[in-house]
Write a protein that binds this ligand. Structure first.
Ligand code: UT7
Length: 316
């Protein structure tokens, strides 16, 4: 995580908003912001190196990086991350699925392993939304934060804790404008800020992540009351509560860690997982459902049993 915390009160000093509106509508109290000298790639390197330490490994076979806030359009950041953490030479590429990026990257990594291309993959998600959000737009500036998370996925044996049991992925490009940053051709001049049709996205998120999460639970034949952890993309505490209610998973299974980090897009699920482990809410063996929704539109879910993991935290 970046070190600098930006409270709601600080944002309210220059935006027409207040702490009560932000907390009540989103559950967010503060978010982190990268200082100008810290890039998305720096955050990704810190998280990726931490995941290697957490996994007790010195090498991996591939690296997949989920981001929608690259430091540059070309080349991808993943090869640089691999090089900087001492893994130069391995296959490394970026995945762009906005807030669903971590689920898409994890599915891609699982596919590389299943296809026999790699035995271990470093899945990294890193975002710097502070670089693309208009600081004068209260409807988006209060929502997003910067951060990164990573994990090592490796070939295992069937039934082993940590086994990925089901995936569900989907998209709807007809709604591409709901979450949007114009490119040079779409908008040759002027600032190219992030925009979001918040209410439309809210309603689609409720529908899509409920049905997507349900599909992976059905694939695993898990009844709702047996789910130990429901970890949704941390965009809004109200969405997390509403989807958990619709799915009828136990109320203490819903992981909501948005308060001090805000919406960190692709990084939100690995960050929430680390917080849930450290807070004792996510225990080895728990039936775990991950689900996300974001620009594209894209959505995706994964089901796994939670392994024994000790997160490594870094602040830069
Ligand atoms: O991460 C990718 C996926 N993203 C999501 O899933 C986000 C989904 N959307 C949401 O979480 C919610 O729609 C928001 C948190 C973005 C907005 O909450 P809302 O309850 O849907 O509010 P709204 O957009 O309907 O706006 C309600 C009012 C409006 O004023 P009027 O038109 O009723 O007078 C807004 O102008 O709240 C106003 N408003 C604000 N007021 C104070 C919007 N932003 C703010 C603000 N402070 N920061």
């Amino acid at each position: 995580m970046p070190r600098t915390e930006i409270s709601n009160a600080l944002l309210a000093e220059h935006l027409d908003t207040d702490d009560d509106w932000i907390r009540t509508r989103t559950g967010i109290a503060a978010r982190r912001r990268a200082t100008p000298d810290v890039s998305m790639t720096d955050l990704a390197c810190a998280a990726a190196a931490g995941a290697l330490r957490s996994a007790g490994r010195t090498t991996v076979d591939a690296l997949v990086l989920a981001t929608s806030t690259p430091d540059r359009p070309c080349p991808a950041a993943a090869p640089e991350v691999a090089h900087r953490i001492g893994q130069g030479g391995i296959p490394a590429f970026d995945v762009s699925a906005v807030c669903s990026g971590f689920i898409y990257a994890t599915a891609t990594a699982a596919g590389l392993i299943a296809a026999g291309i790699a035995d271990s993959v470093l899945v990294t998600a890193a975002e710097t939304y502070s670089r693309i959000v208009d600081p004068s737009d209260r409807s988006t500036a209060v929502l997003f934060g910067d951060g990164a998370g990573a994990l090592v996925l490796r070939r295992g044996t069937a039934g082993e804790p940590g086994s990925l049991l089901a995936f569900d992925l989907g998209s709807d490009g007809a709604a591409r404008d709901f979450i949007h940053v114009p490119g040079a051709r779409e908008q040759p001049e002027g600032d190219r800020w992030f925009t979001m049709a918040g209410r439309k996205v809210y309603l689609r998120a409720l529908q899509q992540i409920t049905s997507s999460a349900l599909r992976v639970m059905e694939d695993c034949a898990w009844s709702p009351e047996t789910v130990g952890a429901f970890v949704a993309h941390q965009a809004n505490a109200r969405i997390i509560d509403a989807v958990a209610n619709r799915l009828r998973v136990p109320s203490d299974a819903a992981v909501c860690e948005i308060a001090r980090v805000g919406n960190t897009a692709a990084a939100s699920i690995p960050l929430a997982l680390a917080d849930a482990v450290d807070g004792g809410r996510l225990k080895p063996g728990a039936r775990t459902v991950l689900t996300a929704f974001g620009g594209g539109l894209t959505w995706g879910s994964a089901a796994l049993t939670w392994p024994s993991v000790t997160p490594v935290r870094t602040e830069i």
